[in-house]
Design a protein around this ligand. Sequence first.
Ligand SMILES: C[S@@+](CC[C@H](N)C(=O)[O-])C[C@H]1O[C@@H](n2cnc3c(N)ncnc32)[C@H](O)[C@@H]1O
Length: 294
Amino acid sequence: MNFLHYPVMNKEIVNILSNSLQGIFIDCTVGMGGHSYYILQGLKDSKVIAIDIDDESIKQAEINLKEFEDGVTFFRFNYIDLFEKIDFFNKSVSGILIDPGISMFQLKSEERGFSHNIDSYLDMRKDKTQKLTAYCVINSFKENQLIKIFKEYGEVKKAEELSKAIIEKRLFGAIRTTFGLKEIVEKIYGKRLKKGKVHPAAKVFQALRIFVNRELEGVESFLKKIPDYLNSGVRIIFLTYHSIEDRLVKKTFNFLEREMKLKIIKPFPMFPSEAEITVNPASRSAKLRVAEVI
Ligand SMILES: C[S@@+](CC[C@H](N)C(=O)[O-])C[C@H]1O[C@@H](n2cnc3c(N)ncnc32)[C@H](O)[C@@H]1O
């Protein structure tokens, strides 16, 4: 098992699932297969349907989960389309895990452009078959469109100033790389890292990534479909890493509880332990929300 990506709150997740029925688990965002690995190892006779939108991640997960052979079935598609792609009639599903965002495998890639710490072409696509890249957004979108993206998906301060600086810079040639964009960000916000603060480019890169990959699109309608397609007792586990996505999940779970379609499992949300944050600092922003189909 390659632990380049530490599966966040994996003990808590296996624990939550071990209290539910045993059957098929749907890992909507298998990444490097970390959570699936612990589920298959920890829950006897379990099977996993493993989905990811990224071909390279699926290849990696196939290697990491090889020992479970027929226990895992892999699919490459957007999990938002789950119920259109797989027929769950007569399948006994016991849990569904959504851990979106990006993995360390993707973040540390020298070609994919997700990190402001690695100089690379401004790509940022998880699904390499799609046309839109971060390069297209940065080099062809209008100033007001850029402002909206930075504000809406990154809550970026001085979004107007940043967008103006991008437009001015690209008059002299395309902004091709992550470091090219980071340089503009640093001119506005400075590059000095205050202790305990993330680099100013982090929010800008987050906003672009969410927009390019349409990360928030369809999440609400996908969650609302679950009680119609999966049986009572199925546990839904959602990990979020930023407040914009977390608000969306919280709001939808609360709505479904009021509709008496889901029961929220408390504490709501759960957070990684101090011990986990020490081992895996990237988990510090994680929140885990769990609900059960009624
Ligand atoms: C944080 S990682 C998941 C890590 C995984 N749980 C593990 O333990 O290795 C997020 C993964 O979700 C995938 N992903 C993000 N959005 C997706 C979507 N809408 N549909 C399918 N996969 C998605 C990404 O490509 C990435 O591999």
